[in-house]
Design a protein around this ligand. Structure first.
Ligand code: ADP
Ligand code: MG
Length: 248
């Protein structure tokens, strides 16, 4: 996957209607003149760089992500991704329209079950662990009933606020619906197949104004013990057999 620089057609922006960063739905023009529906995100340069670097690395690792683009604006670089045309899991199950209570809890559980059963979920859990993505909520998983796409890596690669809890939310979700055995086994298997070569090509593809941090080194350090890191996100057999105050 390449990282092309696109331009936004003036006046084409409307709110994407979800997320906290003010993402905008718009039309972009690619260097070859073709037009694309896209989602545009502005923000701190670190978040833009993290989005671009993550999209390149994740697609090389085999995770379905929308095609990424950079947009040069007078205020600085922005990130755009090709609009896949289907909603996130939170929207698909209309979770935001339900009042807090048992109906919302039940719908959330169904959304989590759907998220955990996607074919690429174990790989996504691995990848989130590798890039330190602590923000894989149901709003950041797009699903059309068949295909899934993984989005929003703005806070990965160390770009999270300093007090942001260190969690792998897919591992938490797997545990929530009692599917952690299968997901942990599959994830550990996939962890062995996630190599460092894409880190070099992604770094090379980044423009100079987005190379303020060595993301390749950040991820490489996490790859060296990735399987163990993942296993630590799941309950150990001993945890399930002992009380908190007992030694295994
Ligand atoms: N490539 C895309 N295709 C379709 N919808 C998208 C895409 N990228 C983002 N969205 C939509 O925009 C919302 C906000 O984008 P996101 O990257 O999650 O930004 P935020 O940082 O504000 O959470 C997502 O929840 C999703 O509904
Ligand atoms: Mg989001």
């Amino acid at each position: 996957m390449k990282l092309q620089t696109a331009t936004v057609i003036a006046g084409s922006e409307i709110s994407a209607g979800d997320g906290l960063s003010g993402a905008m739905r718009c039309v972009i023009v690619l260097p070859d003149g073709t037009r694309r529906a896209a989602i545009l995100k502005r923000g701190p340069v670190g978040e833009i760089a993290a989005e671009a670097f993550a999209a390149l690395v994740l697609s090389a690792w085999g995770l379905p992500v929308p095609e990424p683009f950079l947009v040069d604006e007078t205020t600085g670089p922005a990130f755009a991704s090709s609009d896949v045309g289907y909603p996130n899991l939170k929207k698909r199950l209309a979770l935001d329209s339900l009042p807090n209570g048992p109906a919302k809890d039940a719908a959330t559980r169904i959304a989590v079950q759907l998220a955990i059963q996607l074919p690429t979920t174990p790989l996504a859990a691995v990848v989130d662990e590798a890039i330190d993505n602590r923000d894989r909520n149901l709003g950041n998983i797009l699903w059309d009933g068949q295909a899934e796409a993984w989005i929003d890596h703005a806070l990965a690669l160390g770009e999270h606020p300093i007090d942001y809890p260190d969690r792998n939310k897919l591992c938490d979700m797997a545990q929530m619906v009692g599917d952690h055995d299968r997901v942990s086994r599959a994830a550990v298997g996939q962890a062995l197949a996630v190599g460092s070569a894409p880190l070099v090509s992604a770094s090379d593809a980044m423009p100079a104004n987005l190379r303020h941090k060595d993301y390749a080194a950040y991820v490489a350090a996490r790859l060296s013990n990735l399987a163990i890191r993942l296993l630590d996100r799941f309950p150990k057999p001993a945890d399930l057999l002992t009380n908190a105050n007992q030694q295994p």
